[in-house]
Design a protein around this ligand. Sequence first.
Ligand code: NAG
Length: 311
Amino acid sequence: MRFASGLSALLWVTFLGLGLSVLAADKACTLHHGGKYYDLNPLKASKDYEFETSGGHPFYLNVCRRVTTDPWSPDLPDGVDIAGLVRKDHHDFAIGLVNTTLEMRDTGLMLHLSNGSPCPAEDNLYGSSAIRFLCDTSVYGSGKPVVISQWPEDDEQACQYTLEWRTHFACPTGESGLMSGIVVSSVITLMILFMIFIVASTLYNRFVLRKRGFDQLTKLSKDHLLELMNFCMDLCSSLVDNIRSTSYTWAGSGPRNMNTASHHWSSRDEERAMMAADPLEDYTAHDRELQDTHVWRGDAAERQDSASMQL
Ligand SMILES: *[C@@H]1O[C@H](CO)[C@@H](O)[C@H](O)[C@H]1NC(C)=O
């Protein structure tokens, strides 16, 4: 029983670690807003999007990553991540640096870029832009940005740009990252468990039962497999119970203590809780939850333990 609860705790740490890293990796260029989830990462392109300014100069833009076009004297330090370029007559003008923080405004999903090339007509002013992404399911593929306005209006002097981009990638999507992360970490966990089982029972055969040669290898008879399956199902249901109780804990630890009375779990609450939660606090909370669960799971685990000892 000690073994089972220790194992379960270990599993939980692994599981949480994987889950959190999946979430953290998904953070850039995504946004939770109004219970919806937006992800502009699919717009990252290996070749820049090309279009034109109102004055007919080439415009190169990428999303959530630096442009692939080589900048031609943009008057910026080497190695900065330029988000977009206007190829003016005598040099390239950087319209801003990469920013992976999305923002929802009344006007739509916005990306703000700043700290581009120095403005030609103004001292201490640097290229900046606002890109408005509009959800449009009728647009085929990624769609293309268009320049809505530029200031000053003259193409050579221009230094602030407003772009609009109609694309279906600006529509709310499901949060596939989290679900697939959970599935992957469960499969890995089960494989690790299976390996631990094989190694442990081989060691048991060798050192406790003093078997030698092929005898010490675990024989997977039908009974063994059934016991193994029982054990896995028990662990799975304990994991599910823990997920339920943990999500409840996380929602409760949100800054405004919303939703403390309900188990409802929207992605927005999740984000809020994730941002506010102190990881250490959460682990202690899990331990408590784990123990609580094991009070009434204890019997089942004990049966499993004695069953596996008879192998
Ligand atoms: C990045 O975008 C956010 C949200 O629009 C904005 O608040 C922030 O100032 C931007 N950062 C830079 C360096 O442009």
